[in-house]
Structures are given as structure tokens and as C-alpha cells.
Design a protein around this ligand. Structure first.
Ligand SMILES: Nc1ncnc2c1ncn2[C@@H]1O[C@H](COP(=O)(O)OP(=O)(O)OP(=O)(O)O)[C@@H](O)[C@H]1O
Ligand SMILES: [Mg+2]
Length: 237
């Protein structure tokens, strides 16, 4: 079981979108995912309501600092990955969620480098490490990256961050309308109508790469049922 928190105290960095992409891709692989929705805008819970049943995904709404540890202990036997979607503002839940996490993902928008909200999360992680000896794995994930941005330009940004000891995921999340469409239509990238969503193949490939990178970072054994039937690639779309 692994707990992943998406945190950036600056609103609109792409946390909720990245949470949904990761959750739906992990579920498609056969992992049981519980999303803890602490975003006051409840986008994930609304998505879940309009989607109906999505195989392997549970969503818990109205998560608070006080209820967070309880949700994890109560559901750890039926969950492979917990994914926490935090509010986009400084909030006491940040420290609680980080303290319960195996890995913290810090979405930072593209190459804009408006990273102050991300820096606050990094500072808190550093504080925990230095003052309390609590070392929590973390990475920045570049989000909403324009599809025209070259691999070379992205590599430069990653190198700059790495030089400042900030680990950055290899996969950047690209700005794709399909990533917005799933919130409007419900379901996943694999149930969207390719005739209506542009560049759906590229969006699917991007989401898969992102999830696979997280799976490599935080490997969790597939549940027995999924091991026997193979990943739910076909049925859990
Ligand atoms: N990769 C992307 N491609 C296209 N649109 C995106 C992408 N990521 C985010 N968006 C859009 O940007 C807006 C903000 O994204 P999102 O809600 O994911 O950010 P957030 O960090 O969760 O915000 P908040 O801090 O308010 O909770 C939304 O309208 C969302 O649809
Ligand atoms: Mg959000």
C-alpha cells in the first residue's frame, strides 16, 4: 500500500487533474485506488458522481485533517494506492497529509516557473527532514506543459531544478483538452469518444507514462485477483 499526496499551495497548478489521471491509469492496471478528496471544489467527487461505477476506484469526499488518518487506516486493507487531493491554499491539512505520505508530488505549471506554491511545500518537506528527521520522498511534476515545448527545453528546466536538489519526474503532463473533458463527461480517457476529444491518443499515452513512472517509484504488488486475470486493461476502461 502506498500513499501519494498532490500538493501545491498555489491554486490551479493542476493537482486535481493529475490526481484523476494517475488514479484512472492505476485502476486500469488492476490496482485498487482510493482517492481522498480534500479539495474544497470537490471536482473528483463530482467526477465520480457523474461517472457512476468506475472499476477499482473509490472516492471519499469531505476529507479533513482530523478524518484523514482514519480514512487511511480503515481502508488500507482494500486499497493499493491512496491518492490525496489537497486544497490549493495553505491549509493545516498539508502537514497532516505529508506526514502520512510515502511520496509527495508537487505539480508546477509548465515552464512558467511560477513555483512559489511548490516552494512552500518543498520548504515544509525540508523542515520535517531537518528538524524531525522525517524524510519523505517527493518530486516535482511539470504540468500543463504546452505540447509545442520541445523535449530539449523541458530537459533544461529539469536540469535547473535538479541542480537545486529538486527531483523532477521525467514525464511532464501536457496541456490537453481531453484532460478537461473527462471532468465534464465522466469516465476515463478510455471511455471518451475519440471523435469528440482531440489528440486523445497522445493524451492517453501521456497519462500512461506518468502513471508508469509513479509505479516504478512506488511499486505495489498487484492484488491477487488482478494477477490471476491480468491487468484490467480491457474491462476497467
Ligand atoms: N494538463 C492539463 N491540460 C488541460 N487542462 C488542464 C491541465 N491541468 C489542469 N488543467 C485545467 O486547469 C485548471 C486548474 O487545474 P486543476 O483543477 O487540476 O488544478 P488544482 O491545482 O487542483 O487547482 P486548485 O488549487 O484550485 O484545487 C482546470 O480548469 C483544469 O481543467
Ligand atoms: Mg484541485
Amino acid at each position: 500500500m502506498a500513499v501519494i499526496t498532490f500538493a501545491n499551495t498555489k491554486g490551479g497548478a493542476g493537482k486535481t487533474t493529475a490526481v484523476l489521471l494517475l488514479a484512472t491509469e492505476l485502476a486500469r492496471k488492476g490496482y485498487r485506488v482510493t482517492i481522498l478528496d480534500a479539495d474544497p471544489q470537490h471536482w473528483i467527487s463530482r467526477w465520480h458522481e457523474i461517472s457512476g461505477h468506475v472499476a477499482n476506484i473509490s472516492v471519499i469526499d469531505f476529507v479533513t485533517s482530523a478524518s484523514l488518518p482514519l480514512h487511511i487506516s480503515e481502508n488500507k486493507h482494500n486499497t493499493d494506492y491512496f491518492i490525496i487531493d489537497l486544497p490549493g491554499a495553505r491549509n493545516p491539512m498539508l502537514a497532516t497529509a505529508i506526514g502520512l505520505s510515502d511520496h509527495v508530488l508537487i505539480p508546477i505549471q509548465g515552464c512558467a516557473m511560477d513555483a512559489r506554491g511548490g516552494a512552500q511545500v518543498l520548504e515544509l518537506l525540508q523542515y520535517l527532514d531537518e528538524k524531525a528527521g522525517i524524510r519523505i520522498g517527493h518530486s516535482v511534476v511539470l504540468t500543463r506543459v504546452n505540447s509545442m515545448v520541445t523535449t530539449r527545453a523541458l530537459a533544461i528546466v529539469k536540469t535547473l531544478l535538479n541542480q537545486r536538489q529538486v527531483p523532477v519526474l521525467d514525464t511532464a503532463i501536457i496541456e490537453r483538452s481531453a484532460f478537461r473533458d473527462i471532468f465534464d463527461c465522466g469516465g476515463t480517457l478510455h471511455t471518451l469518444d475519440p471523435a469528440r476529444a482531440s489528440n486523445l491518443d497522445k493524451a492517453r499515452e501521456n497519462a500512461l507514462c506518468f502513471a508508469e513512472e509513479i509505479m516504478r517509484k512506488l511499486p505495489v504488488r498487484l492484488p491477487a485477483a488482478a494477477r490471476m486475470t491480468g491487468p484490467l486493461i480491457r474491462s476497467a476502461a
